[in-house]
Design a protein around this ligand. Structure first.
Ligand code: SF4
Ligand code: FES
Length: 385
């Protein structure tokens, strides 16, 4: 009999798929959960109890836009009462001074605020939200005034990568402790917009130089996290720290996934927190066991010395680009698809970018609940644990 897996470190709580922005690289699934399918606060708090018992240390409250969930303050307070680290990942445009202070009073530990660019015209066009950039800058300053540590999240691509030096200065000016520069991951909605987003190799090389110089200059003032994008890499990243190894993600309707994008892998059945205890889902559920460890790997990963370093890369990217979720991530130069991936990047980044395909809220589809409605919490009770 195999030993149970090590406990997860972090839980990504996707409180809602609703969001006022329409970023063309959105990591939410193509089919969104509607508001009426979302878990109420009391269910989230029970899930957090189970997460703490399982060994989770950090809770990342995300979405969509998590500030749209009416129970956010209760959920934050519950995370803190459990002794866990509460991190809010937000677009910020719906926050005001009263709400930020309430979240700080509830025990929020940290905020990650997304910026789409460094000027309003660029950022508002990318986010599909007029006035958003100006609001975000106000919110960033208010977050710092409330005494909360701030990370600026910048998803980068061909249409904002040349603003990287300015983004570093903006993060400093806003009092951020950390800047997370994340190249777009091309699955889900971002794959639809890949040609509009793919940077050139020259842009990526310039960006690496900017980051290297800034890291030296700003040592002790600003931490900059930066990873080379997959399409120009030689080896993949250990996506999610390895499947079912460090993280779990709970969707707005309670499905539990090893990765927030795993719904793009056909044939995986996800257990739901309304039916199953988180410990069973982590230890036993087929979706978590499917790509855990190394025994599922085909060659060349199976006999590769890096198989316990990168765990074969990203399963979602393998599925999106090869049609086979077992395949070696094409970001690896040992993958037979690596050359085609690089050629696609060079071809698309060398052509005039098409316009963005924005995700329209009207496209949201209801995801059926696994429970009859009678067991769901009444709406009037949805904001309290
Ligand atoms: Fe990683 Fe597999 Fe490539 Fe080896 S062959 S570096 S394990 S992706
Ligand atoms: Fe799902 Fe990488 S995004 S495994």
């Amino acid at each position: 009999m195999s030993l149970p897996p090590e406990p997860p470190i972090g839980l990504l709580a996707e409180l809602t798929h609703r969001c006022p922005l329409q970023c063309p690289y959105c990591s939410n699934p193509l089919e969104l959960v509607r508001a009426r399918g979302e878990l109420p606060a009391e269910t989230w708090c029970r899930v957090l109890d189970e997460a703490a018992a399982l060994g989770v240390l950090q809770v990342h409250l995300s979405g969509g836009e998590p500030t749209l969930h009416p129970g956010l303050e209760s959920i934050v307070a519950h995370v803190r009462n459990l002794g866990l680290y509460a991190n809010l990942i937000t677009a910020g445009v719906l926050l005001d001074e009263r709400r930020i202070d309430a979240l700080a009073a509830a025990g929020l530990d940290h905020v990650q605020l997304s910026l789409q660019g460094t000027d309003a015209a660029t950022a508002d066009r990318i986010g599909g939200y007029k006035g958003g950039h100006r609001k975000k800058l106000q919110v960033a300053r208010r977050i710092r005034a409330a005494g909360l540590p701030l990370t600026v999240n910048a998803v980068v691509h061909r249409q904002n990568l040349d603003q990287l030096a300015a983004m570093i200065e903006l993060a400093l000016d806003l009092g951020a402790h950390r800047l997370e520069v994340a190249h777009t991951q091309y699955y889900g909605w971002a794959l639809v917009n890949r040609a509009a987003l793919m940077p050139s190799r020259a842009q990526v090389e310039r960006a690496s130089e900017v980051v290297d110089a800034a890291r030296v200059r700003l040592r002790g003032r600003l931490v900059i996290d930066y990873v080379v994008p997959d399409y120009y890499a030689r080896r993949p990243k250990p996506c999610m720290g390895g499947w079912g190894r460090q993280m779990l993600a709970v969707t707005p309707s309670g499905d539990v996934m090893p990765c927030h994008a795993a719904a793009g892998i056909p044939g995986l059945a996800f257990a739901n927190v309304r039916d199953r205890h988180l410990r069973w889902i982590w230890d036993e559920s087929p979706a978590f066991r499917r790509f855990r460890g190394t025994s599922w790997m085909p060659e060349p990963c199976r006999s590769c010395e890096r198989r316990e370093v990168d765990f074969g890369g990203c399963r979602c990217q393998a599925m999106a680009l090869t049609g086979d979720p077992h395949a070696t991530d094409p970001a690896c130069e040992l993958s037979p698809f690596h050359g085609a991936m690089m050629q696609a990047a060079e071809r698309e980044s060398g052509a005039t970018p098409p316009g963005f395909a924005y995700r329209k809220p009207a496209r949201a589809l209801a995801v059926p609940s696994t429970l009859p409605p009678a067991k769901a919490a009444p709406a009037s009770n949805s904001s309290r644990c």
